[in-house]
Design a protein around this ligand. Structure first.
Ligand code: NDP
Length: 330
C-alpha cells in the first residue's frame, strides 16, 4: 500500500518540501506520496488525528501550527521540548511523536558557515519567532557564550530568553530593543550574525542598513534566497550563507525519521534547485497567509510589486488578542 506523508500548515500551497521529499522517496524506491494539507487552526486537531492511521509514515508541521500541535500529540523528543515547537511527526502504532528537525538543520548550516575556522562563541540573532528558537537553541548547544537577540517586538525576544533561561544559565543570553545604534554596537563584539526575521522573504528588503554590517562576520540568513541582507554583508567582506542548507537538512532529518534510511541529500538538493528554478519559493517557516510577507509573496508570484514592509522601527505594536499573537508565533 502506498504510504502517505503530509505537510500540515496554512498556507502550504507552494511548499518546496513537497518537491524535495517526493524526489527522495522516488529515488530510493519508497512507495510513498508527500501531500500538502492546507488546514486552519480549527481544522488542526482533526488533521493530526488522521495521521495516526496506519497509512501514514508521518507529517511535517509548518506555520502557524508548530507550537499548537504540541498538546495534540503523545510525546515530544528532546529538540522539540527544548524549543517548544514541532515540525515533524512520526508514528509508533497510533501514538504520535513530535520532533524539531529545524534544530539539526541549523546545526548543519552553522557548520557549513564556520567551515574550518574555530567555532565562534558570540552571536547576534535578529528575530524571535519559531526559526529563531531553533537558532538560539543550536547556539546554546554549540557552546556559544554570548548571544544577543534583537526583535521588533521586544517582549517576544524577552519571552524567548526566558524560555531558554535554564539551559542558558551558564552563558549570557540577552534580549535587546531593536535600535540600529545598539545593533551596530553589538555587531562590533560578535562573530556570527543570523537573520531569523522574515524581512527579505517577499521583497528586496534587509533588516539592517548596509553600512551597519561589519566586514569580518559569518552571516547566515534563514531565508532560502540570496537576500539583500546577504548581498550587503558579502559586499562588506563578510562570509555568508543562505537558508537552503538548513532547509535541506531539516528535510533530510525528517526523511530519515519517517523511513529509517539515510536521506539522498544530492537528490533532495537537486529537486530543491529545480523547484526554485520553476518559481516555487515557500517552505517550512513561511509566515501564515494573512501575514503581510505572505501576501507580498503571492503578489510577487503574480508579477505585482509587493507592498513595502514597515521598517522595524516603524512597526505597529504587538497584536493584543491571543489568536493574532499566536498566528505570528513560530
Ligand atoms: P515567525 O512568523 O515565527 O517570526 C517572524 C520573525 O520576523 C519575528 O521575529 C518578527 O518580529 C520578524 N518580522 C517579520 N516582519 C518584520 C518586520 N517588518 N520588521 C521587523 N521584524 C519583522 O517566522 P519563523 O521564525 O518561523 O520564520 C522566520 C524566517 O525564517 C522566515 O523567513 C522563514 O522562511 C525562515 N525559516 C527558514 C527555515 C529554513 O529551513 N531555512 C526554517 C525556519 C524558518 P515580531 O516578533 O516583532 O513580529
Amino acid at each position: 500500500m502506498t504510504k502517505r506523508v503530509v505537510l500540515i500548515g496554512h498556507p502550504v500551497a507552494h511548499s518546496l518540501s513537497g518537491a524535495m521529499q517526493q524526489a527522495a522517496f522516488d529515488a530510493l524506491g519508497i512507495d510513498a506520496t508527500y501531500e500538502q494539507w492546507d488546514r486552519t487552526t480549527l481544522q488542526l486537531a482533526d488533521a493530526v488525528a488522521e495521521v495516526r492511521d496506519d497509512a501514514f509514515l508521518g507529517a511535517n508541521i509548518t506555520i502557524p501550527h508548530k507550537e499548537r500541535v504540541v498538546p495534540l500529540i503523545d510525546r515530544s523528543t528532546e529538540d522539540a521540548l527544548a524549543t517548544g515547537a514541532v515540525n515533524t511527526l512520526t508514528r509508533e502504532g497510533r501514538r504520535l511523536i513530535g520532533h524539531n528537525t529545524d534544530v539539526p538543520g541549523f546545526a548543519a548550516a552553522l557548520d557549513k558557515l564556520v567551515g574550518r575556522q574555530k567555532m565562534p562563541r558570540q552571536a547576534v540573532v535578529l528575530g524571535a519567532g519559531g526559526g529563531a528558537r531553533a537558532v538560539v537553541f543550536g547556539l546554546i548547544r554549540q557552546g556559544f557564550q554570548r548571544v544577543i537577540v534583537f526583535n521588533r517586538h521586544l517582549h517576544r525576544a524577552e519571552g524567548l530568553v526566558k524560555f531558554f533561561g535554564r539551559s542558558a544559565a551558564h552563558m549570557e543570553l540577552k534580549a535587546m530593543p531593536w535600535h540600529e545604534s545598539i545593533i551596530e554596537s553589538e555587531l562590533t563584539k560578535t562573530r556570527v550574525l543570523v537573520n531569523a526575521t522574515s524581512i527579505g522573504l517577499a521583497g528586496d528588503q534587509s533588516p539592517l542598513p548596509a553600512g551597519v554590517i561589519p566586514g569580518d562576520l559569518l552571516v547566515l540568513d534563514l531565508i532560502y534566497n540570496r537576500t539583500r541582507f546577504l548581498r550587503d554583508a558579502e559586499a562588506a567582506g563578510s562570509s555568508v550563507l543562505d537558508g537552503e542548507t538548513m532547509l535541506l537538512h531539516q528535510g533530510a532529518a525528517a526523511f530519515s525519521l519517517w523511513t529509517g534510511q539515510p536521506a539522498p541529500l544530492d537528490v533532495m538538493a537537486a529537486a530543491l534547485a529545480d523547484a526554485r528554478a520553476h518559481g516555487l519559493r515557500s517552505a517550512e517557516g513561511e509566515p501564515a497567509g494573512d501575514e503581510p510577507a505572505a501576501e507580498a509573496a503571492v503578489a510577487a508570484d503574480a508579477g505585482v510589486e509587493p507592498a513595502a514592509q514597515p521598517r522595524a522601527d516603524e512597526a505597529e505594536p504587538a497584536p493584543a488578542d491571543e489568536e493574532a499573537a499566536a498566528t505570528t508565533a513560530g
